[in-house]
Design a binder for this molecule. Structure first.
Ligand code: NAP
Length: 244
C-alpha cells in the first residue's frame, strides 16, 4: 500500500510542527512548508519527511511548492497569524494587507494549487486552522478577526463546492495556544507575549495537533465540519480565568 501523504503549511513552529509530528507518528508521510527552511529540514529529517520552502504570500512560491508535491491526501492549512492589536480607528493598511495575505490569500493559494491532487487521492481531507477569532469579534482583534472570518467563509464554501466529491473539509478554531503566535503578533515583544499566559493554563500546540490527527483518523464518511477548542481557563475570546 502506498503511504498517505499529509502536506502541512507553517510547519516550522507551533501548531504546524506539532501536527507534522503527530501525523508522522500515525503513519502519514509528511511534506512540510514554511519560510524558515533550516527548521523545516531539521524536522523533516527527524520525521523522514520532505521540507520545502513556502511563502504563502507569494504566488510563485506556492506554485513552486505545489509542483514538488506529488501526492496529497491531507492538506493542513496552518500557516498564518496575527499582527498587532490596532483598533479600526488606528488600523494600519499594511498590517491588514499582510494578515489577509498570510491567512486568507495564503490558504486560498495553497488549497487551489493542491485541490486536483487532493481530489485525485480518492479520499482527501482539507483541515484549516482557523481561530476563535473566526467566530468571535474582540477588542484589538479587528484585522485578525476580519481575516479569520474570511478564512471561515471560504472553508464553508469549499465544503459546499466539494459536495459529492471524495473530499472532507474541516476547520479547527483554537482559543489560546502558547506558541510563537503572540511573540509575532506583538512584534517580537516576548515579555508582552508571556504575560498573556500568566496564571492560566493555555493549550499546547500538541493539543491542537491531536485534533488534526483525530479528524484525519476518522472513517471517510465522517466530516468534522468545525471544532472550537479552548483551554479550560478560557471561556470566550476575552474572558480568561487567572489563578491566584
Ligand atoms: P506560530 O508558532 O507563530 O506558527 C506560525 C507558522 O506559520 C510558522 O510555522 C510560520 O513559519 C508560518 N508562516 C507564517 N507566515 C508564513 C508565510 N508567509 N508562508 C508560509 N508560512 C508562514 O503560531 P501558531 O500558533 O502555531 O499558529 C498556527 C496557526 O494557528 C495560525 O494560522 C494561527 O492564526 C492559528 N491560531 C493560533 C492560535 C494561538 O493562540 N497560538 C489561536 C488560534 C489560531 P515561517 O515563519 O517559518 O514561515
Amino acid at each position: 500500500m502506498t503511504t498517505r501523504t499529509a502536506v502541512v503549511t507553517g510547519a516550522s513552529s507551533g501548531i504546524g510542527a506539532a501536527t507534522a509530528r503527530a501525523l508522522a507518528a500515525d503513519g502519514w508521510r509528511v511534506v512540510l512548508g514554511a519560510r524558515r527552511i533550516d527548521r523545516l529540514e531539521a524536522l523533516a529529517g527527524e520525521l523522514g519527511g520532505l521540507a520545502l520552502h513556502l511563502d504563502v504570500t507569494d504566488p510563485q512560491s506556492v506554485a513552486a511548492f505545489a509542483s514538488r508535491v506529488e501526492r496529497c491526501d491531507l492538506l493542513v492549512n496552518n500557516a498564518g497569524g496575527a499582527l498587532g492589536t490596532a483598533s479600526v480607528a488606528d488600523a494600519d493598511d499594511a498590517e491588514w494587507l499582510r494578515m489577509f495575505e498570510m491567512n486568507v490569500m495564503g490558504t486560498l493559494r495553497v488549497t487551489r494549487a493542491l485541490l486536483p491532487a487532493i481530489v485525485a487521492s480518492g479520499d482527501g481531507i482539507v483541515v484549516t486552522i482557523g481561530s476563535i477569532a473566526a467566530r468571535e469579534p474582540y477588542r484589538g482583534g479587528a484585522g485578525y478577526n476580519a481575516a479569520k472570518h474570511a478564512v471561515a467563509a471560504m472553508t464553508r464554501v469549499l465544503r459546499i463546492e466539494l459536495g459529492g466529491q471524495p473530499v472532507r473539509v474541516s476547520q479547527i478554531d483554537p482559543g489560546m495556544v502558547e506558541t510563537e503566535f503572540s511573540v509575532v503578533r506583538f512584534g517580537g515583544d516576548e515579555q508582552r507575549a508571556a504575560a498573556l499566559y500568566e496564571r492560566m493554563d493555555p493549550l499546547t500546540a500538541e493539543d491542537i495537533a491531536e485534533t488534526v490527527r483525530w479528524i484525519a483518523s476518522l472513517p471517510s464518511h465522517v466530516n468534522i465540519d468545525s471544532m472550537l477548542v479552548m483551554p479550560r481557563d478560557q471561556t470566550s475570546a476575552q474572558v480568561v480565568h487567572r489563578h491566584e
